[in-house]
Design a binder for this molecule. Structure first.
Ligand SMILES: NC(=O)c1ccc[n+]([C@@H]2O[C@H](COP(=O)([O-])OP(=O)(O)OC[C@H]3O[C@@H](n4cnc5c(N)ncnc54)[C@H](O)[C@@H]3O)[C@@H](O)[C@H]2O)c1
Length: 363
């Protein structure tokens, strides 16, 4: 009998319970260990999820031979250092978003994964949402024709007390940025995944509505894409009370709008029109593919009548893909190179805003 795929979590703060719960829902996976520099946080997570082993230091946890993988849930600017150490200790690694806050750190992580042969993924859970997968399939099938315009907006609200809740929040060194690098990175990733590589960026950013933060709480950028489309990207944590994330893709044959992780509508010139995921998923055969198991499992457990269960739980879907890739060599949906791209775009936005110049990426 093969032993379970055993995880240790590094960093037991806000996002750690999402990993713990997801790991414990995956058949064949086990949450064995946790570590945090603040012992009370580690103990609280261990008690809540019945984690058998706790370690007061990362090195001690990495020396645990039973561990197959480490989930890095620390502040963003520590992801690289911890991931590289874990990979070099022979562990597979899943890192929370963003991959890191500099391209140099991302490159070290990619190099460590390649030299050790271990699997490295970075969480971008919304790629696993059914609506995102429908959009990707529609673009790949040419349903929208040639894309001419893509727009993305993350109009969220974060209180001052959110930024004050951790001394790393809102800092360049550990948060790496504000509304775009922390909150917006998911949407930047989806935008470039759906609309293609970004070629140029012309941006403005401000720290407009919060105090005691170094980073931007408002950002706008005009983009051009490799395929010829132009686009806009807007992110803020100052839009009270906060609105659903929106991505619009407009092509020569039709339009598709994602709103709040759902397919708001897809309207094609050939007469096909979809609102919501169910009919569109069937029409485009999106149920199969990288994370088909989410849907299959939901159906098996009778969760098909519960849209939350059927379409949700994207962390679990991504962790499942990560485990399959590590164990069997199955295709990894988001590897280090893929995860570096949104970081490169966001750093390009900051560079453009600071310099007042258009930044050109390699594409
Ligand atoms: N995927 C998502 O939707 C999502 C949501 C929230 C946060 N995140 C990401 O998760 C990461 C953590 O965010 P958070 O909100 O949980 O932060 P947090 O501050 O609540 O938790 C981070 C934890 O890491 C611990 N830590 C710091 N240095 C450490 C070290 N060297 N070794 C071990 N533990 C250490 C801290 O003590 C803290 O308990 C960030 O990169 C953030 O961007 C992702």
């Amino acid at each position: 009998m093969t032993h379970p795929f055993r995880f240790g979590i590094a960093g037991c703060g806000v996002i750690a319970p999402t990993h713990a719960a997801a790991i414990q829902q995956i058949a064949g996976a086990e949450l064995l260990a946790a570590t945090d520099v603040i012992p009370e946080r580690m103990q609280a997570l261990a008690e809540k999820f019945h984690i058998p082993r706790t370690f007061t230091g990362l090195q001690e946890m990495l020396a645990c031979p039973e561990l197959d993988a480490i989930a890095v849930c620390t502040p963003s600017g520590l992801h690289g250092e911890i991931a590289v150490q874990a990979l070099q200790a022979g562990k597979h690694v899943v890192v929370e978003k963003p991959m890191e806050v500099t391209l140099e750190a991302c490159d070290k992580m990619i190099a460590a994964a390649e030299s050790t042969g271990k699997t490295l993924t970075v969480i971008s859970q919304h790629r696993f949402d059914m609506a995102s997968r429908i959009a990707k399939q529609a673009v790949e099938m040419g349903k929208l024709g040639r894309l001419v315009l893509a727009e993305a907006s993350v109009l969220w609200y974060r209180t001052q007390s959110y930024y004050d809740s951790g001394d790393w929040r809102g800092t360049w060194q550990l948060d790496g940025g504000g509304a775009l690098m922390n909150q917006g990175v998911h949407t930047v990733d989806l935008l470039q995944w759906l609309a293609g590589p970004v070629l140029s960026i012309s941006a403005s950013t401000r720290t407009a509505a919060h105090e005691r933060i170094e980073v931007e709480d408002v950002a706008t950028a005009a983009l051009t894409f490799d395929g010829g489309a132009v686009g806009t990207l807007t992110a803020t944590t100052a839009a009270y009370p906060g609105f659903a994330v929106r991505i619009g893709l407009y092509g020569t044959e039709g339009s598709l709008i994602l709103e709040g992780d759902r397919l708001k509508e897809m309207r094609l010139k050939n007469g096909e029109t979809f609102t919501g995921e169910e009919a569109a998923a069937h029409a485009l055969s999106v149920a199969r593919g990288g994370s088909a198991s989410v849907r299959e499992e939901a159906e098996k457990t009778g969760a098909a009548s519960d849209p939350g269960a059927l379409w949700g739980d994207s962390h679990r879907a991504q962790l499942q893909n990560f485990i399959e890739a590590a164990q069997t060599g199955a295709p990894l949906l988001i590897d280090g190179r893929a995860a570096r791209r949104p970081v490169e775009i966001i750093l390009g936005v900051y560079h453009s805003a600071r310099s007042g110049k258009t930044i050109y990426l390699a594409g």
